[in-house]
Design a protein around this ligand. Structure first.
Ligand code: DGL
Length: 262
């Protein structure tokens, strides 16, 4: 199975993109709703959560793990790669590559959680791939709780976005990385605030594309999964009404969320 984890529902945008690209492969998803958001926590706590999540996914039969959370990838992907022998796919690598490739004038904005912005992981990758690009980043700690609450189109959400995006607009970025897998759910609002000329890079879609490339290069892993006959399963460490509604909305069908203590 393809193991995918996030602090909450954001990673479901990755899971849905993976399902669209690899419809014949079973997924096991874990959303750590009980400990969300990760982005405001210390690196030590985030890393410990990532270890627990990975152990859980492996216990459910995952043969590789997608870190569908920028905060977790920015903080703990190196540790997970050292400590686990399964392939670890992370949401940041492919996203930085895509932004560097498509930015017309090299003005690249990044929005993400505090953990992601503090790590400077995107800056490091972008500077390595496209030296000399102009990078502006903005932490947006209120967005994950707003999304988890289902406040996707509220006036208050628009006001907070206006405040967060102001400095990026002033710095005239031509490309904006949605450096949190919750943000595609606010994509329409972000696009209308930034204007049509700014290209949004969705880290969820890029992570799924990166996974597909990995599976194409390693066809045995995918064929083992396809032949296993397993069904996709979705686990959460806590379940609330808005979370269930978001899950159903992201997948466009009712999703059975199984609550587990991890
Ligand atoms: N979806 C996670 C990310 O990509 C949200 C992190 C959080 O819980 O703060 O960063």
């Amino acid at each position: 199975m393809i193991g995918i984890f996030d602090s909450g529902v954001g990673g479901m945008t990755v899971a849905k993109a993976v399902e669209d690209l690899c419809p014949h492969l079973p997924l096991v998803y874990f959303g750590d709703i009980a400990r969300s958001p990760y982005g405001s926590k210390s690196p030590e706590v985030i890393t410990e959560c990532c270890r627990r999540n990975t152990d859980f996914l492996l216990s459910q039969g995952a043969e590789l793990v997608v870190i569908a959370c920028n905060s977790a990838a920015a903080t703990a992907s190196g540790t997970l790669r050292r400590e686990y022998s399964v392939p670890i796919i992370d949401v940041v690598e492919a996203t930085a590559e895509k932004a560097a490739a498509v930015s017309a004038a090299g003005g690249i904005g990044i929005i993400g959680t505090r953990a992601t912005v503090r790590s400077k992981v995107y800056e490091q990758r972008l500077e390595a791939i496209r030296p000399g690009c102009r990078i502006a980043s903005q932490a947006c700690p209120l967005l994950v709780p707003l999304v988890e609450e289902g406040w996707l189109d509220k006036r208050e959400t628009k006001m907070i976005l206006r405040r967060y995006l102001h400095s990026l607009q002033q710095q005239q970025v031509d490309t904006l990385i949605l450096g949190c897998t919750h943000y595609p759910l606010l994509g329409r609002l972000i696009q209308s605030r930034m204007g049509k000329r700014v290209r949004l890079i969705d880290s969820s879609a890029e992570a799924a594309r990166h996974l597909k490339e990995f599976l194409d290069k390693n066809p045995r892993i995918g064929s083992n999964m396809a032949e296993s006959g397993q069904q996709s399963r979705f686990f959460v460490s806590d379940s609330t009404g808005p979370v269930q509604q978001l899950a159903d909305r992201i997948f466009g069908r009712p999703i059975h969320l199984e609550k587990v203590d991890v």
